[in-house]
Design a protein around this ligand. Structure first.
Ligand code: GAR
Length: 366
């Protein structure tokens, strides 16, 4: 079993990403947001962390600039394993990056390397993207290095930009993607760190030179190996990466399965790395057998019978209205008119009811 990873979040602003990350992970036992450091005394993130019980420390910019070793000390004192920048609008000193090399993540609201670098943060990014009439933007999670916005990309997801988009509407599209992508990227980094601590697995038929570092796996109830990343994402209700949505290839690949009979893939509530094509699932799930003709016949017979008979009665009553009126039976004409109305209503209701009962009736007939 792997040691729980303790996360420190650096944030300067509203802190919606920080809150989302803490809410997702702090209910589980694998990852914990243990500390938030902010360089703004009144940053919104402080109030967001309070009800979650996450310790927040305000560190003035002078310390970030001139005494970064103090920040490293705070991180070490809190046994922090990973640092996550979530809207942190300040330079991260080399000493901090060196102390947590490969273990600092940043989220950026564009498809890096596009719209990254100096001056590109928050709404400035969206303004630049809209001004350039881009048709797509997105979210990137990357490792923080000394070069701003240039570290290894861990995960990226696209967002469509329409001609009607403003910087604000684009931001509104980007934020939910961030909430989905960042926790998954954190899990991916944790998985990578854990796998680095494992001894390499040497398959029996491969010699030591060609052995590759293993992916940490656990046995599922069915006895099959399962990637930790997927399992954690599942346990923590983090939407799974798009690649994990691909249904597993059946062992007996020669016997194709009916996709309608397999369990539907878990589709995250939040947008995915790859957009889900509307209707794609339905298109795969066409019934393999034609419906027996008896269903159709019964449906038609019942609907006709139940609409036709009251319909005919309504017509008879309606024909009596004028007859009675011309012979001077005004009361009788009124009565027939009322009966016509009633039977017309019955006709309509019966039509609707029996059309709706088509499926249950057809099942009964079966
Ligand atoms: C997020 O959109 C994040 O991508 C961006 O700041 C916002 C913070 O929002 N970060 C950058 O621009 C970094 N260059 P939040 O405070 O609500 O999480």
């Amino acid at each position: 079993m792997f040691k729980m990873k303790r996360i420190a979040i650096f944030a300067s602003g509203s802190g919606t990403n920080a809150e989302n990350i803490a809410r997702i992970f702090n209910n589980g036992s694998r990852i914990n947001v243990s500390l938030v450091l902010t360089n703004r005394r009144n940053a919104g993130v402080i109030a967001r962390m309070e009800p979650l019980g996450v310790e927040t420390i305000y560190v003035p910019n002078s310390v970030w600039d001139n005494e970064p070793e103090k920040i490293v000390e705070i991180l070490h004192n809190h046994n922090i394993d990973i640092v996550v920048l979530a809207g942190f609008m300040h330079y991260v000193a080399t000493q901090i990056i060196a102390a947590y090399e490969g273990r600092i993540l940043n989220i950026h609201p564009s498809l890096l390397p596009a719209y990254g670098g100096k001056g590109m943060y928050g709404h400035y990014v969206h303004e630049a993207v809209v001004a350039a009439r881009e048709t797509e933007s997105g979210v990137t999670v990357h490792i923080v290095t000394d070069e701003m916005d240039k570290g290894e990309i861990i995960m990226q997801e696209k967002v469509t930009v329409t001609p009607e988009d403003t910087p604000r509407t684009l931001e509104e599209k980007i934020h939910p993607v961030e909430y989905s992508l960042y926790p998954r990227a954190i899990v991916k980094l944790v998985e990578r760190l854990d796998s680095a601590t494992l001894p390499p697995r040497i398959p029996s038929d491969v010699n030591q030179e060609t052995a590759v570092a293993p992916e940490p796996t656990e046995k599922t109830e069915e006895g099959t190996d399962k990637r930790l990343q997927d399992e954690w994402a599942e346990a923590l209700s983090v939407p799974s990466p798009a690649e994990t949505l691909t249904p597993p290839i059946p062992e007996d690949a020669a016997t194709p399965q009916n996709p309608c009979q397999t369990q539907a893939p878990h589709i995250p509530a939040q947008p995915l790395e790859q957009p889900v094509t509307p209707g794609a699932t339905n298109a795969q799930c066409q019934p393999t057998e034609p419906m027996p003709p008896s269903y159709f016949v019964w449906a038609v017979v019942l609907t006709l019978a139940c609409c036709l008979i009251p319909g005919i009665i309504a017509i008879i009553y309606s024909s009596q209205v004028s007859t009675k009126y011309y012979v001077g039976d005004i009361e009788g004409a009124k009565r027939s008119s009322r009966m016509t109305e009633i039977w017309l209503i019955i006709t309509i209701v019966a039509g609707i009811v029996f059309s709706a009962l088509y499926l249950p009736l057809s099942l009964l007939v079966k």
